[in-house]
Design a binder for this molecule. Structure first.
Ligand code: OGA
Ligand code: NI
Length: 375
């Protein structure tokens, strides 16, 4: 996709140019329906409301799409048993984390039936009776189960065509009764399996960095898991908005399950590259915190989700980061063992809390989130 002149898309879409448009009121009314984008669609809209229009040129006009490139696909089969296969996988992971910040894994040990059921469970939640769904809608940070549309709705320059249910699982999981009945069992099972896989991948990352295999698993700030389960309804005017705006993740690592619809893209060498769905695989990406502590040896890259006429699309992103008071207070900075005279620290020591505060304050605005921490 090549976007043309910037002024075409911008025409009439800048809220500041129209004094009669009350964006805050529009956002508030939408939020108060407690039914998200799915609710809008169910009400029969054929045009997307203006609050979803992406007028920010930086976000829409980054570059071209290149279909010849593809995100590395890494086979984890028998890496626990066969040391030469493990060495091979670690070498592939090292290259993928340095050059792409993204890869897909197969034979990761989680059965395809578990992945499929997780997607079905999340779909059941978003498609259940509106009166039941509504009762989960909240922006209360104290709740461990939250259903909402657009996490930073009130801060972002424009809203995305996406709804989400979030589960804050580790270190302090919700009571099972707090999890919606339509997806309760699978959410619990899936979270456990992803946590175990996360530990395996952190081991492989530690090895790829030349550290002790348990290094990353011993960081309190990385030992946390929250899960965002996204629902991207079909969009009547996909060229005017995004499923998810261009952003990096604030985690150490994210493990993503996507269905077969497609639409996820990563920015690689200034080209948007599709992350093609591979049934049974999981997508792994590096977050800002791992880029920071590896002193840029591993990179956290921009990614986005396009909106489509077809849908819904379902995805489940599991973020590894401990935002409990204990995890958030931990100092994070470039790992000393990785530094040398030739490779001096390029970030200052900070805390997870500070990194997160900056990330949430800026919202999904498309700006680079590690900038304030660079030396
Ligand atoms: C995210 C994300 C991608 C997707 O939640 O941070 O990038 O495919 N999701 O939904
Ligand atoms: Ni992301």
């Amino acid at each position: 996709m090549v976007l043309t002149s910037t002024s075409e898309l911008d025409l009439g879409l800048d809220p500041n140019k129209d004094s009669t448009y009350d964006r805050t009121a529009e956002i508030k009314a939408f939020d108060e329906t407690k039914l998200g984008v799915k609710g809008l669609l169910d009400s029969g809209v054929t045009k997307i409301p203006r609050m979803f229009h992406s007028s920010n040129l930086d976000l829409t006009h980054t570059s071209e799409t290149d279909s010849n490139l593809s995100v590395p696909l890494i086979n984890l089969k028998d890496i626990g048993k066969n040391s030469s296969l493990r060495v091979q996988a670690v070498a592939q992971i090292q290259i993928a984390c340095k050059e792409w910040g993204f890869f897909q894994v197969v034979n990761h040990g989680i059965g395809v039936e578990v992945l499929d059921e997780m997607i079905c469970g999340i779909r059941r939640f978003h498609e259940q009776d509106a009166d039941v769904r509504k009762t989960f809608y909240t922006r209360d940070n104290n709740k461990k189960v939250r259903y909402f549309s657009n996490g930073s709705l009130y801060r972002d320059p424009f809203a995305n065509w996406r709804d989400t249910i979030a589960f804050f699982q580790t270190p302090d999981p919700p009571n099972p009764e707090e999890i919606p009945a339509v997806c309760r069992d699978i959410v619990i099972e899936y979270s456990k399996k992803i946590r175990t896989l996360g530990h395996t991948i952190f081991q492989l990352f530690s090895e790829a960095l030349g550290l002790h295999p348990s290094y990353l698993n011993e960081l309190a700030s990385a030992d946390g898991q929250f899960i965002l389960c996204h629902y991207y309804p079909p969009c009547p005017e996909p060229e005017l908005t995004f499923g998810t705006s261009k952003h990096t993740d604030t985690s150490f690592m994210t493990i993503l399950l996507q269905d077969q619809m497609g639409g996820l893209q990563v920015l690689h060498e200034n080209q948007w590259v599709d992350v093609h769905p591979v049934h049974g695989s999981l997508v792994v990406n590096i977050g800002d915190l791992l880029q920071l502590i590896t002193n840029d040896m591993f990179i956290s890259v921009y990614h986005r989700v396009l909106s489509r006429h077809i849908g819904p699309r379902i995805s489940v992103a599991s973020f590894f980061k401990n935002s409990s008071p204990q995890g958030a207070a931990e100092v994070v900075g470039p790992i000393k063992e990785l530094l040398s005279e030739e490779n001096p620290a390029i970030y200052r020591d900070t805390t997870l809390k500070e990194v997160m505060a900056h990330y949430f304050e800026k919202g999904l605005d498309g700006n680079y989130s590690l900038q304030p921490f660079r030396l």
